[in-house]
Design a protein around this ligand. Sequence first.
Ligand code: SF4
Ligand code: SF4
Length: 436
Amino acid sequence: MKRRFFGGIHPSYRKELSVKATPSVAVIPKQVVIPMLQHIGVPCVPLVKVGDKVLRGQKIGDGDGLCVPVHASVSGTVIAVEPRPHPLGKLVTAVVIENDFQDTTVRPSESCGNAEDMDPDTVLGLIREAGIVGMGGAAFPGNVKALSAVGKADTLIANACECEPYITSDDTLLRTNPEQVLRGMQILSRVLQPKRAILAVEDNKQEAIAKVNGLLSEYTGIELSVLPTRYPQGAEKQLIQALTGRDVLPGQLPVSAHCAVFNVSTFAAIYRAVELGVPVTSRIVTVSGEAIREPQNFIVRIGTSFHDLIEVAGGLNDSTERVISGGPMMGIAQSDLSVPVVKATNSVLCLLKDRNGAAENPVCLRCGKCVSVCPMRLQPLYLYRFEKAGNAGELERLHVMDCIECGSCAFTCPGKLPLVERIRSGKQLLKEAKSK
Ligand code: SF4
Ligand code: SF4
């Protein structure tokens, strides 16, 4: 039975701007900047120094604890190891490599091969060594997430909802390389042994759906679930609710609802790591928005600057107002286009001035629309009000920390209240109050 998650909205999707038959290969940049932090957790320690020669795929940073390695995405010479701007808006230590344009590549890992012949620890080890993180934007280390679901998840979910407007990188992957995704699902299914393995896609990706449907008979044990398009269906908790009817309780992880959710790009990376022995050195990135001259998808080397990528896409329109890493609803606005594409960068979005932007005198009309669309069943108007009043106790009582910052409330608010900004600062207020 098809269910749907609570709340949600229908923004203008604008995906037609960037959908092309095949992604063009981006111009390989003269220089790449590889940040030592591209995952949630502890930053890598650089393993190379200025003057070192490196090969494509060579490990150039690694560390202990919640950490996965990073690899050179081109062959060449290390010209700097220093703090550089990062799409998260801070300075992060990075290895800067001058490209020799030879693309000399390291030999694939010796333990790679047919996953059917491997034990689960070997598979998880290969996933770690390839530097795989959640490539839908979450950037959580893939091996740690998979290990935490062993023996607990009865449902493995491949997330191809890509519900944010404009972004078509997962759609492009499914249209061009669906086999990699399906094989990645089979590989992880061998580790997790779920009862069901579901590839979830929204019904606005008909070509991808047809491609996957045509292959399913060759990949036993995998189901395709086509969901009605609705934002934010790609958020883990909402997707689990839509597919299984199960709720992930506040503060809990998907595994508490016996589910493990990975983005489809992550599954493709798992296939390449385990069976080909290839680490993450590139990914598909959507470059789109009304402010870019030639919107499309590119296969981009990790470490390519947003500036270089934008140039390959024809450059920015003169009236560009914002460049965002990610989508318009949950992405991060960038002030410095020297920031590099990292493993979790699915989109570089270039937008014109929003004619329906913030009102000069925002006012709450008490219409209740924000409450009806909030997928976390929160009361955004009260979160707004109590943040303004500096009332941490009420913010906690109203579960401000459960907000996934999806922006559905602000999108739908006729009073144009800056709800998400206020809720974000409400979270900070509560954290500070608790730390006293
Ligand atoms: S949608 Fe906006 S105007 Fe309506 S109740 Fe919520 S905050 Fe107030
Ligand atoms: S309160 Fe948070 S979770 Fe709810 S709609 Fe607004 S941004 Fe989304």
